[in-house]
Design a protein around this ligand. Structure first.
Ligand code: FAD
Ligand code: SF4
Ligand code: SF4
Length: 478
């Protein structure tokens, strides 16, 4: 299809195409995805906003360096399949990244169009275009497995089937090595499956992306908790020539408040796993329930807190309070998530901090005591430090609390493999370029190294590790 010729000035004048989405009233009654995605016409108009900059600062903002101008140009030309293939040269999970990447902090932050329109919100919507072509390819094109080189006879074990593990699996398999992924849960995807809710990332999309790996000949073994069933040493002494550890940051953090052990207090991980992986929203058709929650307090201001609050609404809660100790400007969650949560009716209790949880005579949480806060001087993170306002305590009535203040690294592998070095937060220490750990033959990447980070950063580390694993297996040099 021929592309219409436009001058840069004309391109700059095209307003961003806004994705149509379910109304807030409709969407809190279901778990379907909120935005509908671009039509072909909308995608081509949005793509025509790109100036095809020679220096392409957007590419430097992408942790896996997708050739962004090239894939956008193919959309302008109407070659949507070609565009998806171009992205897949460097990113095996575009339908996922297009949905969940914090684009406004990465590729879109540096976009020249956004800069000249003086708002990152007006940048070329690279993520939404990526999602469009990935969805188009899934829907309209025949799946094809990438070319796999002749077998090398070498075997690689990957521990954890999240985005980091899956990325390494693809890149190492392509070189002709045998790959086995050991996954503790009964499904692949890591946080993509058990953490991020269906209404942000439909699970069918994750499953389709994983099927592609299986077509490549990657074997995934489920219900395999490494560190319990086999140790890393047993993997290395047995069949495997190299191991990649990608066990993520799945250990929930708590606030150490009085009353945090009461019934009805969930970690965000448990709450979201019940809802997403075990599909509690369709109980009793599925096995795992969540007790009916009328008034819910969610502690935290990040993406996990937004996901928990919005999930609670969809499970029928009448009042969902998001308690956050700083102001909206300091909230770490993506702007889009905050906006969606607010539209759906999540009540933001900003500059307030929980101080204790109060239970009833049967041991169920019934109230949260909070204190008001004000912002003081900036702390080490550069954000203004929240300071309690004396004697400003108050209580809110709740029948559940979801603690969403973050996760730390899974300790099982470091605990059972003492010669793998960790830092003071329990993250595995790995070389920044090769992702080699202190133990010969063992590489690590993703959240287990970075601490709770992002999908694309985990994938970026996976790509680095795969290059180093392939080299190690071909030279034998550590
Ligand atoms: P994970 O995705 O955590 O995968 C690790 C896998 O290892 C899991 O499947 C786990 O079951 C398995 N495992 C653990 N221990 C063992 C063991 N001993 N043996 C075998 N298997 C094991 N990032 C974004 O970019 N955008 C978002 O919108 C976003 N939203 C998020 C929402 C929530 C609720 C959460 C919790 C995180 C979110 N993140 C988001 C962060 C992102 O999901 C993670 O940074 C990313 O998934 C890390 O990938 P990973 O492969 O390192 O680990
Ligand atoms: Fe942007 Fe993420 Fe896509 Fe890279 S992978 S181009 S950062 S949306
Ligand atoms: Fe296109 Fe923006 Fe990248 Fe320039 S910076 S090539 S306008 S997406």
């Amino acid at each position: 299809m021929e592309e219409k010729k436009l001058t840069p000035k004309e391109r700059l004048e095209i307003p961003p195409q806004r994705m149509r989405e379910q109304t807030p009233k409709d969407r809190i009654g279901n778990v379907e995805e909120v935005p509908f995605g671009f039509t072909e016409e909308e995608a081509r108009i949005e793509a025509s906003r790109c100036l095809q900059c020679k220096t392409a600062p957007c590419v430097q903002g992408c942790p896996v360096a997708i050739d962004i101008p090239a894939f956008i140009k193919l959309i302008c030309e109407g070659d949507f399949e070609g565009s998806a293939k171009k992205i897949k040269e460097t990113n095996i999970l575009p339908a996922i990244c297009g949905r969940v990447c914090p684009q406004e902090e990465q590729c879109q932050k540096t976009c020249v169009v956004g800069k000249s329109r003086k708002s990152v919100d007006e940048a070329v919507q690279i993520g939404k275009l990526e999602r469009f072509v990935a969805d188009y390819q899934m829907k309209n094109c025949k799946p094809e497995a990438p070319h796999i080189k002749a077998s090398t006879g070498k075997k690689v074990a990957i521990v954890g089937a999240g985005p980091a593990g899956l990325t390494v699996a693809a890149d190492v398999r392509r070189e002709g090595h045998d790959v086995t992924v050991f996954e503790a849960l009964h499904k692949p995807g890591g946080v993509l499956i058990y953490g991020i809710p269906e209404f942000r990332l439909p699970k069918a999309i994750v499953e389709r992306e994983v099927e592609n790996l299986e077509r490549m000949g990657v074997e995934v073994k489920y219900n395999m908790v490494i560190g319990k069933i086999f140790s890393i040493d047993e993997l290395l002494d047995g069949d495997y020539d190299a191991v990649f550890v990608a066990t993520g940051a799945g250990l929930p953090m708590f606030m150490r408040l009085e009353g945090e052990n009461l019934n009805g207090v969930y970690s965000a991980n448990e709450f979201l796993t019940r809802a997403n992986l075990m599909k509690a929203y369709s109980f009793p058709e599925t096995d795992t329930p969540i007790v009916k929650l009328r008034n819910v307090a969610v502690f935290g201001g990040g993406n996990v807190a937004m996901d928990s609050a919005r999930t609670a609404l969809r499970l029928g809660s009448e009042n969902v309070y998001l308690v956050y100790r700083r102001s909206r400007a300091e909230m770490p969650a993506r702007v889009e998530e905050v906006h969606h949560a607010e539209e759906e009716g999540v009540q933001f209790l900003l500059l307030q901090n929980p101080t204790r949880l109060i239970g009833d005579e049967k041991g169920w949480v019934k109230q949260v005591e909070c204190i008001r806060m004000e912002l003081g001087e900036p702390d080490d993170s550069g954000r203004r430090r929240p300071v309690p306002v004396e004697n400003s305590e108050f209580t809110i009535d709740v029948d559940a609390v979801i603690v969403s203040i973050g996760n730390s690294s899974n300790p099982l592998i470091p605990d059972t493999t003492p010669d793998i070095e960790t830092n003071r937060w329990g993250n595995i220490i790995a070389d920044e370029v090769t992702m080699k750990t202190s133990k010969k033959g063992v590489f690590a990447g993703g959240d287990i190294v970075l601490g709770a980070a992002t999908v694309i950063l985990a994938m970026g580390q996976g790509r680095l590790a795969a290059i180093a694993i392939n080299e190690y297996l071909s030279t034998g040099e550590w």
